[in-house]
Design a protein around this ligand. Sequence first.
Ligand code: ZN
Length: 350
Amino acid sequence: MKEHIIDLPKKIVIGEGVINKTPSYLQELGISGRILVITGPNVYNIIGKSFVDMLAEKGFYVDYKTVQSAHIDVINSIINEFKDAKVNAIIGLGGGKCIDTAKYVSFKLNKPFISIPTVASHDGVASPFASVKGLGKPTSVKTKVPLAIIADSKIIAKAPYRLLASGVGDVIAKFTAVLDWRLAHKLKNEYYGEYAASLALLSAKHVLCYADIIRRGDEKAVRIVMEALISSSIAMCIAGSTRPGSGSEHLFSHALDLIAPKPALHGEQCGVGTIMMAYLHGRDWRKIRNTLKKIGAPTTAKELGIPDYYIIKALTIAHKIRPERYTILGESGLTWEAAENLAKTTGVID
Ligand code: ZN
């Protein structure tokens, strides 16, 4: 057996007002002194400033940076600024861009990373994988497992509902991701971990079961989606790759990001991709579509705001995004006609 190392987060806190307890969580983790907070300009105005002040009042020496994108140039400038600073931890406070930037910076500086998401729109909030622009690839890169995740349901519930619904799309994607993983195992003898696969599927089933509650968009809904996002991230930590969380539906979403004039949210695109890939796998795609409808996530090209042409085009190029990742799309992908039929049959396009 080859060595298989599993890195997991040490502390996961979900609940109302938990952000205010950050200083004591940091102390419990043995972190003191200088801390770097990476956040966004809007988040800083709304909660970031008082967060930084709170840490300072509790005796931490806090630097903060606001970022508008997770671009490698932005990341490198932060790395250069702080490479000789004696920073003991890096906190990502905000949405995907802040979290991804903080994750990558902490990876490069080899410092503990703490994730404090303000939205539940995708599973990057808890996983070791980051989407970084400017690296020349649309997929995520492996970085660092968060030492802690502090998810304040009160703050996340205040974010637009669309973001939460998008998070559900990213969780539902685990259905086809796991099917693709199994297929790659059977056809390509790729490593497959039953436990990680089961855990990822459990996350997807969790949101399927609680669709009615999620639709309310309240704190309870946030808790359900956040738990599912975190447990699917844990599945990826256990597998050591994004395999349990990302299959052909993600390739479709990455393809849309490359070609669509105005891509939709990551989780929204993955949700629609899951409907179509479930059809290809011969699974109950209607159930997935109905759940997405129930929670108010997009299920059609129109609802994504993407013209039909790009949906079909994305389906035909998705297999090229990450050739080493074998999925139901196979090695040669879908023909234009097959892609069009698939999108029509599943009601994604008219
Ligand atoms: Zn995803």
